[in-house]
Design a protein around this ligand. Structure first.
Ligand code: ZN
Length: 66
């Protein structure tokens, strides 16, 4: 790694329910958003372009990785 620990491009896929409210002009606005599932697909370093999944993917399950 290049030493960058704070700036990454995260590719994330998520399944989301949105409560859409249309106003009188027919303009939709999302008033509520519920995330059903979310998967981080890849994490790429902004500085050196290295793709490194490990740091972020491990976190939710195994705890104490920070
Ligand atoms: Zn890097």
């Amino acid at each position: 790694m290049c030493g960058n620990l704070t700036r990454f491009d995260v590719t994330r896929s998520s399944k989301v329910v949105e409560y859409v409210h249309l106003d009188l002009a027919g303009e939709p606005r999302v008033e509520e958003r519920e995330v059903l599932s979310e998967t981080i697909e890849s994490v790429r370093c902004r500085w050196c372009n290295a793709v490194d999944q490990v740091e972020l993917v491990d976190r939710p399950g195994s705890g104490a990785q920070v």
